[in-house]
Ligand binder design. Structure first.
Ligand SMILES: NC(=O)c1ccc[n+]([C@@H]2O[C@H](COP(=O)([O-])OP(=O)(O)OC[C@H]3O[C@@H](n4cnc5c(N)ncnc54)[C@H](O)[C@@H]3O)[C@@H](O)[C@H]2O)c1
Length: 306
């Protein structure tokens, strides 16, 4: 199928684009910035989802749209409600409008486990608004959709906005992790490649007009994650747990009661958390120590002895 991935230059969008290409789909990435991960079998269009004319043109020859473009960071949304409304809500509605005009076969939306949580502020509000617009486009115009409600993702291509990336970077760079919270906060972390495989698999007809929850298969407390990182780095790092002033994150579960239920899907087999963390550590180490490169699994200096 011909599939357009908006936000495909970003963290999760780029992995989903790869999973779709691996499944032999013809993938085009649409993003405001060029993808650093673009493969030879993928096309790239640089553009803005706020440009309706451009959207009308690019969706014309597509079968399916995966929509990942927007502001993904909860803190950035909390500080910028107007931009959140523009990029996350208006951008999605404009894309839906373009899709209904040409009869797109499926609109796949990157929602969040935060969608009906009472933490998550404007970010959650934007996801709720989008899910609601999508349901209405489906009811009024028969546009088929799947909302993917992602939980806490981690893995390659993440950056400072990702909680696991931030912890590993502190550990590798400073030899110390300062964690703000109680440590009892619970998450179901999922490796981004597992999430991407599930995201590609939902094109089957049974997932039409469904909300799918994509989180890890096991719950983990932050304190356990911190201990795991410490152990993997040879117990040579310090951990400081300090009180948090943030309100916008959930303690045990992001789920609050809501009438719009989701089905949880897991990838089987899936990437072991320890293996996933090792992969992140290698990536962070390479970025932090750019003077070194990897040779046969070892990091060696690029500088030659005088
Ligand atoms: N990362 C997570 O843990 C997570 C969890 C739940 C949901 N999501 C959702 O998945 C989607 C992608 O998240 P991510 O973590 O990959 O974020 P990201 O910031 O890495 O990717 C978002 C991409 O959207 C592009 N973009 C932003 N505004 C645009 C615009 N106006 N026009 C075109 N492109 C635009 C950016 O350039 C970027 O490449 C978001 O909708 C996010 O809310 C992510």
């Amino acid at each position: 199928m011909k599939i357009l991935v908006t936000g495909g230059s970003g963290f999760i969008g780029s992995h989903v684009a790869d999973a779709l290409s691996d499944a032999a789909h013809e993938v085009t990435i649409f993003d405001i910035r060029k993808s650093p991960y673009l493969r030879p079998d993928q096309k790239m269009i640089v553009g803005d989802i706020l440009d309706q004319e451009c959207l009308d043109k690019i969706v014309e020859n597509q079968d399916v749209i995966y929509h990942f473009a927007g502001i993904a960071d909860i803190d950035e949304c909390a500080a910028n409600p107007v931009d959140t409304a523009k990029h996350n809500i208006l951008g999605t509605v404009q894309l839906l409008e373009a899709c209904r005009k040409v009869g797109i076969q499926r609109f796949v939306f990157a929602s969040s486990a935060y969608v009906y949580s009472d933490s998550g502020s404007f970010y959650a509000a934007s996801k709720q608004a989008c899910e609601s617009f999508i349901e209405n486009f489906s009811e009024l115009y028969g546009l088929k959709y799947t909302c993917l409600r992602y939980g806490s993702l981690y893995g390659a291509r993440s950056d400072e906005r990702n909680s696991i990336y931030k912890l590993i970077k502190q550990a590798v760079q400073d030899g110390k992790i300062v964690y703000r919270g109680t440590g009892e906060e619970m998450r179901e972390f999922i490796h981004v490649q597992d999430a991407a495989q599930i995201s590609a698999a939902i094109l089957q007809p049974e997932f039409e007009n469904q909300n799918i929850i994509i989180t890890g298969s096991e719950k983990m407390r932050y304190i356990e994650l911190l201990e795991m990182i410490k152990e993997m780095l040879g117990n040579k790092i310090e951990i400081d747990i300090l009180p948090s002033e943030r309100k916008a994150h959930y303690k045990i579960t992001p789920y609050n009661f809501s009438p719009r239920l989701g089905r949880k899907m897991v990838n089987n087999p899936n990437i072991d958390m320890g293996q996933g963390l090792l992969q992140c550590m290698a990536e962070v180490y390479e970025k932090v120590h750019s003077e070194k490169h990897e040779e046969m699994g070892l990091f060696v200096n690029d500088t030659k002895p005088e």
